[in-house]
Ligand binder design. Structure first.
Ligand SMILES: [Zn+2]
Length: 293
């Protein structure tokens, strides 16, 4: 992935976190654990996330924006931390074009380390990056993602990180369209054809759509997406399939408990999004008989 050095970045789309902080998370050595956590990385699990008690989220005035110096695509070369601003800006700028004027509601990303307070309750790194519908914000522990991707052998590439961000913004789109609320009100069924899995593969599809369109705007901070990037994204999508995670952590696969879909489903819908570049294709995630086809 290459960045456009002249593209303007808007660091205000990243917000300082409130509460939590400090305390690094001990990363166990086993691949099983890593894969399990990677599954959660893409995790939006209504059962886990939705029930939280509103806390003092939003009380951010004391903290300063650590990304303020990220002003152009060239700054990503100078300071790798600025890449998060580029991903968030690019994803939101694309989705802004897909809604009628003024209808897209921007959602900030809140980077945090260790723990964070959100309107969905307190969270720590172990829940992985997530989207909180109650405050419409994306939460990411950037250091934690770095460590995980390194251990997965995906370091040095930007694309898997961008996929994580794009997937979480997929849940924001679902909130704006009302799809997420529909699934939520239907309860937390699991299983290969469950609404929950369909919600997740749709978010993967939206991520694919953004990847396809990420370089089309000349003002986009993303200048180039390579075949290597696409391979890494496809690998990442498969690595977080419920079947892969269950096989490596439990030694057996139990489709009835799936919440995010199989490796094949996730790759399939990411691919549908990327191939078509059309978000309307992603609505088929709720009508398709066979999510692997
Ligand atoms: Zn998700």
């Amino acid at each position: 992935m290459e960045f456009n050095p002249n593209a303007k970045l808007d660091s205000s789309q990243l917000q300082p976190s409130s509460g939590g902080g400090g305390g690094g998370v001990a990363l166990g050595g086993g691949l099983g654990l890593i894969v399990m956590i990677l599954g959660l990385i893409f995790g939006f699990n209504p059962g886990d996330i939705m029930g939280g008690v509103p806390s003092n989220a939003g009380n951010n005035s004391a903290a300063s924006n650590q990304y303020e110096h990220c002003q152009t695509g060239a700054d990503v070369q100078a300071d790798r931390e600025c890449r998060w601003v580029a991903y968030v800006n690019s994803v939101q700028s694309y989705w802004n074009t897909q809604f009628q004027q003024g209808q897209y509601k921007p959602a900030p990303t809140v980077p945090f380390t260790g723990a964070v307070n959100t309107a969905c309750g307190a969270a720590n790194s172990q829940v992985g990056p997530f989207y909180c519908p109650a405050d419409q914000k994306v939460y990411i522990d950037t250091e934690f993602i770095n460590q995980l991707l390194q251990q997965l052998g995906a370091q040095g590439g930007y694309s898997a990180e961008a996929y994580i961000i794009a997937h979480e913004y997929g849940h924001h789109i679902q909130t704006l369209t009302g799809q997420l609320q529909k699934v939520q009100s239907a309860g937390n069924q699991t299983g290969p054809d469950s609404p929950q899995v369909r919600l997740e593969v749709q978010a993967d599809c939206y991520a694919g759509v953004w990847f396809k369109n990420s370089t089309s705007d000349p003002n986009s901070p993303i200048a180039k997406v390579t075949q290597d990037d696409l391979n890494r994204i496809a690998d990442a999508a498969a690595a977080v399939g419920d079947d892969r995670i269950q096989a490596s952590t439990a030694g057996q696969v139990n489709p009835e408990t799936w919440t995010h879909g199989s490796a094949k489903m996730r790759q399939n819908w990411l691919g549908k999004g990327f191939t078509s570049g059309d978000p309307n294709v992603c609505s088929q995630a709720f009508t398709a008989q066979d999510l692997e086809a």
